[in-house]
Design a protein around this ligand. Structure first.
Ligand code: C5P
Length: 227
């Protein structure tokens, strides 16, 4: 059983969400999807009719937003001002704007603070927490018991995203998804505040040639060794 935090970072399409949820339910741990938080405030920005590149207005909208995160790995949920937005935050509008919103310093400060509060709450109960994102091992929980950085080739990641879109009833387009994966990689890695980068003490797991079971098996080994 896990006592502390497993930090799972990496770019999109590495299977991060699937394996994070799987790992949390396997370990009886809580689960926090920080990407869902950046997505939900992005939806608030779009609903307010604010330009995602207008940092001042983005910060103003975010400051007035109430996010409630459900941390059960079997049914994670996101509420934005009381509204269940789990499906809507996965759509193309939010995906297209989320990198700009998450590059705003005030947004990150606010969400990181909320994330740390949720983590403290979870750690007050037995079972620990699996937290997934981009900056969990570097910024949010630098003293995490175990830090994993998931990678995969951009082609493999685009293929997974497309399959996921199709499975969930959205239009899947490999070319467009590959371009989007590369665009978001560049934005997330190149931004000034908390860029996507591997923590020095993170274990890198390349998932290009592994299926979900393979990745989960590797993570469970790592938890047994050091979690
Ligand atoms: O993981 P997911 O693809 O849902 O994340 C959506 C976006 O949220 C990422 O592309 C990134 O811009 C942002 N994000 C972030 N920091 C995190 C989690 C997500 O900046 N910890």
């Amino acid at each position: 059983q896990l006592r502390g935090v497993v930090a799972l970072d990496g770019p999109s399409g590495t299977g991060k969400s699937t394996v994070s949820r799987g790992l949390a339910s396997e370990l009886g741990a809580a689960y926090l999807d920080t990407g869902a938080m950046y997505r939900a405030v992005t939806l608030a920005v779009l609903r307010a009719g604010v330009d995602p590149d207008d940092a001042v207005e983005v910060g103003r909208v975010t400051a007035g937003v109430k996010l409630e995160m459900g941390t059960d790995p079997l049914r994670p949920s996101v509420r934005l001002d009381g509204d269940d937005v789990e499906a809507e935050i996965r759509g193309p509008e939010v995906t297209g704007a989320v990198s700009a919103v998450s590059a705003v310093g005030a947004v990150r400060e606010q969400l990181v603070e909320q994330q740390r509060g949720l983590i403290r709450e979870a750690l007050a109960a037995p079972g620990g927490m699996v937290v997934e994102g981009r900056d969990i091992g570097t910024v949010v929980v630098p003293d995490a018991a175990l830090k994993v950085f998931l990678t995969a080739s951009s082609h493999a990641r685009a293929q997974r995203r497309t399959a996921q879109d199709t499975a969930e009833g959205r239009e899947g387009d490999l070319e467009r998804t590959h371009a989007d994966v590369q665009r978001r990689d560049a934005l997330d890695s190149g931004r000034e505040v908390s860029p996507l980068k591997q923590a020095d003490d993170a274990v890198e797991v390349d998932t290009t040639e592994l299926d979900v079971r393979g990745v989960l098996g590797r993570l469970i080994e790592l938890v047994a060794e050091r979690g």
